[in-house]
Design a protein around this ligand. Structure first.
Ligand code: NAD
Length: 346
């Protein structure tokens, strides 16, 4: 297959590119290293570029997804069987300081990709990497109890946040809003125009190739801070906020499952689920135990606007429709891999 991956040098895009190259496909990557422009040197992803570019079946375009001219020329040069859209402005906090630019990348860029797919690759499967921020802070309405180290759902049988959660009348952040626009446009190109589109609403995705920064890439940034003994700041909820973590390669294998059984206008939540969930306090304890060292942790009481208190993905719908897909990385595997990678760099 000829697979177009946007954001092909970022965390998820580069994992997907490697996954499909290993499976013998040709990958046409589009990434202009916008991450470095957004986050500075720490966000530079040229390392992924050099490792992917060594591979025969990887073709790279340093193009901007908000340029119709650039996109049309790429879509006219290749016959795509799939378009996996991972390019994006990924940070809530950053979006607030550049609202129009965030909209241009996340919403308008997605619209251009959908239109080019519709016009020039209408048989292709289109996958969009959306976010759980489309639910805004509605997940905070689920009854919770405060434990010593984490918040927990009050109902022990509750499976987590499902696709039926409302995306309306809630505090999204501007990032959540631009992604929600892209998310519903992706659904509409499926439901209204018949394109084979799937939207994946992702939670916390991680992996050793994350060019993490304070504003994006929580777990990788936490590991880097603790390995290098750089003071780490917990923001809000006493550090008891819970996230489920999924490895970028498990997201890549979810893409592969969708390509085998394409859907039209479908939406799924995808994350690490309850077994891969932990609070910041629990993660700090786990990492410090592994390292045998302590790092200075500071605390700011006011939480980030709209931040989730506890977000655990309900994987029921995805697992039902793609029963061969499995999470291959446990939380312990993820943390160990991040630690090994960072320690090797020392
Ligand atoms: N990582 C997560 O935890 C997470 C969670 C939910 C949703 N997502 C979504 O998944 C997608 C991928 O996330 P990621 O973690 O790999 O982010 P990332 O920042 O590592 O990768 C995104 C890539 O897109 C590229 N890019 C940005 N704007 C571009 C443009 N205008 N033209 C071409 N390339 C551009 C960047 O250079 C970067 O390499 C994003 O859209 C993000 O919103 C990620």
């Amino acid at each position: 297959m000829n697979i177009c991956i946007t954001g092909s040098l970022g965390l998820i895009g580069s994992a997907a590119a490697q996954h499909f190259l290993d499976a013998g496909h040709t990958v046409i990557g589009i990434d202009n290293n916008q991450r470095m422009k957004l986050f500075g040197k720490q966000g530079d992803i040229s390392e992924s570029k050099s490792s992917l570019q060594k591979q025969q079946h990887f073709i790279h375009y340093p193009a901007d997804i908000t340029s119709q001219t650039a996109l049309e020329s790429i879509f006219r040069k290749h016959r795509f069987d799939a378009v996996i859209h991972c390019a994006g402005q990924p940070s809530h906090d950053k979006a607030t300081s550049m609202i129009a630019k965030d909209f241009r990348i996340n919403a308008y860029g997605t619209l251009l990709l959908l239109q080019n797919t519709q016009k020039l690759a209408s048989d292709a499967t289109f996958i969009f990497t959306s976010t759980n921020k489309v639910y805004g802070d509605n997940p905070n309405q689920v009854p919770m109890v405060e434990m010593e180290q984490r918040f927990e759902y009050a109902d022990k049988t509750y499976r987590g946040i499902a696709e039926s959660t409302s995306v309306d009348q809630t505090l999204h952040s501007f990032f959540g809003s631009s992604k929600l626009a892209a998310d519903t446009y992706t659904q509409e190109f499926g439901r209204y125009l018949g394109l084979r589109t799937t939207t994946l609403r992702l939670g916390c995705v991680t992996g050793p190739h994350h060019a993490s920064v304070k504003l994006h890439g929580f777990l990788s940034f936490l590991v880097k801070s603790l390995v290098h003994k750089q003071a780490y700041e917990i923001i809000g909820y006493k550090g008891k906020q819970v996230r489920d973590q999924i490895h970028a390669l498990d997201v890549a294998s979810a893409f592969a499952a969708i390509l085998k059984k394409p859907k039209t206008g479908e939406v799924y939540n995808l994350g690490g689920g309850s077994n891969n969930a932990a609070s910041i306090l629990e993660l700090i304890e786990l990492i410090e135990k592994r390292l045998g060292t302590k790092t200075k942790i500071s605390y700011t009481a006011i939480p980030r606007k709209g931040d989730h208190i506890c977000y655990i993905t309900d994987l029921t719908k995805f697992r039902h429709d793609f029963s061969n897909w499995k999470l291959s990385y446990s939380l312990a595997d993820i943390v160990d891999e991040l630690l090994d990678h960072e320690l090797q760099k020392n």
